[in-house]
Design a protein around this ligand. Structure first.
Ligand SMILES: [Zn+2]
Length: 69
């Protein structure tokens, strides 16, 4: 299953979800606050160091690199 990345418009959380199909994107809710106001993000493979500093929450943790083989 493809892995999709989402960003919550409400709390700003970022999370990933494995969906059977892209059409299931509409059923995804935030894994932190449960809001349905989430947006699908582009594949993290291409994006490099693109983060916004709005609000400023938790400390900076090392990015979760995709475990390749
Ligand atoms: Zn949220």
């Amino acid at each position: 299953m493809p892995l999709f990345e989402f960003g919550c418009e409400d709390c700003g959380a970022r999370f990933e979800k494995r969906l059977d199909s892209a059409k299931d994107v509409g059923t995804v809710v935030c894994s932190r606050c449960g809001a349905a106001n989430v947006k699908r993000k582009m594949s993290a493979f291409a994006a490099v160091g693109a983060r916004t500093s709005s609000g400023g929450l938790s400390s900076s943790a090392p990015a979760c690199a995709p475990g390749g083989g």
